[in-house]
Write a protein that binds this ligand. Structure first.
Ligand code: FES
Ligand code: ZN
Length: 314
């Protein structure tokens, strides 16, 4: 198997590109795909300060490394979710990554700041842990971006993640969610811009990128992910992809480029007010995160203290 670009020995075969790549050319291809996504969706402008949300997994660490390599001004933020050994291992992985590369990392924790963790939230609300996890991440990472004066938050959602979410949204014709599913969500009062620069790369490609570029990532899956319906959708889409390579990418990117705008009118137009507790714009007196916090722990602190890890800190 030969590398398409340099004709050297290939280390990975990518049927959807009808090509194979050696390690160096895979890195070149991955950087090219990210640059293309950033340009196409106008994600980052020159001079922007990018806050990269890092979990310790392959996608977010690959994203941070790629954005730093492409010359963007980046800082990382890690949110501890209190999922026993899984979260502490993730934090160590992220700390090591930042320290080895002399990158600035900010560490914050759901337990330290709000007095509850994801397992407790899941048990008390009797809802899927991923619901509380996603809500907490969105809320706290947004607050961190505003506090740190970052222009945008970049997350490691990849092509597989987004195709699975799109599949779920289409299956139920969730037109409001479809209106919001796009690789860039512009800033609005109280909300930082959010971007997903890995939307042109699959999980397999980001994992291979980590291996060839020496990124030590957390391989353990979240122990609370059992039953997550997006994992089932990923498996289904991978079966389709096996028979018809490139299908996932076409499904997702045709949606972004040609269908998404048709749902624009379905975006929520509800009047927003400031959450009485934290100030986040919301449609009711308390935002969804503060309501979650109320259900699992009482009282909730007003301000989330954050530990800044500083440059190259561990
Ligand atoms: Fe859903 Fe961890 S809480 S994957
Ligand atoms: Zn609130």
């Amino acid at each position: 198997m030969k590398c398409r670009r340099c004709k050297g020995r290939a280390v990975i075969d990518l049927p959807r590109h009808n090509a194979a790549f050696c390690g160096d050319c895979l890195i070149h291809m991955v950087h090219g795909q990210v640059e293309k996504a950033i340009r196409h969706f106008k994600m980052i402008e020159s001079g922007d300060k990018v806050l990269v949300a890092v979990s310790g997994g392959k996608d977010s660490l690959a994203l941070w490394q790629i954005l730093a390599a492409l010359g963007y001004e980046t800082e990382g933020v890690f949110l501890g979710l209190g999922i026993a050994d899984y979260s502490s291992e993730a934090e160590q992985v992220v700390q090591r990554f930042a320290s080895d590369r002399n990158l600035t990392l900010h560490v914050t924790s759901l337990t330290d700041s709000f007095g509850f963790d994801i397992p407790t939230a899941a048990a008390k609300t009797r809802r899927s842990p991923c619901g509380s996890c996603g809500l907490s991440k969105r809320h706290i990472l947004n607050s961190e971006a505003l506090r740190l004066d970052a222009d945008l938050i970049a997350t490691g959602h990849n092509l597989d993640d987004e195709a699975a979410v799109l599949f779920g949204n289409v299956l139920r014709w969730e037109s409001g969610y479809l209106a919001r599913q796009y690789p860039v969500l512009p800033a609005s009062p109280g909300f930082a811009r959010k971007v997903k620069p890995l939307v042109r790369l699959t999980e397999r490609e980001t994992a291979a990128y980590c291996i060839v570029s020496g990124i030590d990532y957390q391989e353990t899956e979240c122990p609370m992910s059992a039953g997550n319906r997006h994992l089932r959708f990923k498996t289904l889409l991978n079966e389709v992809e096996r028979d018809a390579p490139g299908s996932k990418s076409v499904f997702l990117h045709q949606y972004f480029d040609h269908i998404h705008e048709r749902f624009a009118g379905d975006a929520s137009k509800d009047e927003l007010m400031d959450c009485h507790r934290c100030g986040t714009p919301t449609t009711s007196e308390l935002c969804a995160f503060c309501r979650l916090a109320d259900r699992v722990s009482d009282p909730v602190r007003l301000v989330a203290p954050t530990v800044d890890a500083g440059v190259g800190h561990v």
